[in-house]
Design a protein. Structure first.
Length: 373
């Protein structure tokens, strides 16, 4: 399989869509670069037919700007969905999509090119594996003289919801039911018998701030304002703001520890709440490394790996520094290199969520075409 980064010089063009609850933003990507001015179409409509025709119109407008024919359409769309077959299920933020809508087959029939639809968390992770955190970390390891290289990545998005995607050895792991990486469904560490998304989301931050500040949630500031209150750049209840983001970090860290126990890879964080990392990242990583108790009264490491906060200069230094030992091969004069320390890094997206999703959509389409999707 060709390395994912070779798509940065690929001459083929893919039509893309950023599908939000308010707007559909259409564009085109070539060689990992956006090559047109995006077309914005309202996501709302009185009927499903109107919305579907708006989607076709958006892609048609972008296509009309191109000098060459696109080879595919690839984009993220909210679930639940059968992504492999391009069928969208019942959506909360787009209620007219109900009962199963064959969106992918419709677009393939209209444009006569392959259509690929995925979850935004999946494509975010894929984009970060191509041109984001994964190659950045491996480059810094090389520059540091550290022979360790990472091949696996878990990408999560913090925003209206809590999304995730798994990359293993350069391949997006979708699952048998298009449901892999759905980290929002793990149990909530803070509120028993609730899912993690109740805390790791915009509504979770606002609910906790209102609770700690003793105010009605209807008068609660938005998460950006709560962050600014927490860091002291805006007036308000700073203690409540910091407590809200700490609770957010604990819930997110517990969920990520469960995921990384299975995935064993780097973690990259994106989404609208990622910028508030100064208030939640320390609690998140601390929770990931929090040990279990045992019935014998001892402590057991929560994970077989140790998580490092890559936004903290000291932890970043510890993560990158070479840590190989030379050990003897029994009954010989030879030695081999060995690292007894198992590390993963947790970092914030430098690409930005939207760009990572677009690059993920582009590469997923080309990789699928090249491997006889």
């Amino acid at each position: 399989m060709a390395p994912l980064h070779h798509y940065s010089t690929d001459p083929r063009t893919v039509l893309t869509l950023d599908a939000g609850g308010t707007n559909f933003i259409f564009s085109a990507i070539r060689a990992n670069q956006e090559i047109v001015t995006p077309v914005i179409v309202k996501a709302t409509g009185k009927t499903l037919e109107i919305i579907l025709k708006n989607i076709i119109r958006g892609f048609e407008e972008v296509k009309s700007m191109l000098k060459e024919e696109p080879v595919a359409i690839s984009f993220a769309f909210p679930g639940p969905a059968d992504y492999i077959n391009g069928i969208i299920g019942d959506l909360q933020n787009l209620p007219l999509f109900s009962g199963g809508v064959a969106l992918g087959p419709m677009l393939e029939e209209h444009f006569q090119i392959p259509v690929f639809i995925n979850n935004d968390g999946d494509l975010f992770a894929y984009g970060e594996a191509i041109a984001g955190l994964l190659p950045e970390i491996n480059k810094k390891l090389e520059e540091s003289g550290n022979p360790k290289r990472y091949q696996n990545l878990f990408g999560v998005t913090f925003g209206t919801g809590f999304g995730g995607g798994i990359i293993s050895n350069g391949k997006l792991f979708i699952g048998d039911n298009s449901a892999a990486g759905e980290i929002n469904r793990v149990r909530n560490r803070v509120f028993k018998n609730f899912d993690a998304e109740e805390s790791v989301s915009i509504r979770g931050i606002q609910r906790e701030y209102a609770n700690y500040a003793g105010i009605n949630i209807r008068s609660c500031p938005d998460p950006k304002e709560i962050f600014e209150i927490g860091n002291g750049s805006r007036r308000g209840n700073q203690e409540a703001a910091q407590a809200a983001y700490h609770s957010f970090g604990v819930a997110a860290g517990d969920a990520l520890a469960n995921a990384i126990t299975l995935v064993d890879g780097l973690v990259v964080i994106g989404g609208g709440l990622a910028g508030a990392y100064p208030l939640f990242m320390a609690a998140l990583v601390e929770e990931m490394n929090q040990p279990f108790n045992t019935m014998a009264g001892e402590l057991l490491e929560r994970m077989e790996v140790k998580a490092y906060n890559l936004s903290d200069p000291e932890q970043q230094k510890q993560f990158f520094e070479p840590d190989q030992l030379e050990i003897h091969v029994p009954f010989t004069e030879k030695t081999v290199s060995y690292s007894p320390w198992k590390k993963i890094g947790v970092g914030i997206s430098s690409l930005g969520t939207s760009m990572a999703v677009s690059l993920g959509a582009y590469a997923f389409a080309l990789h699928s075409i090249d491997n006889d999707y």
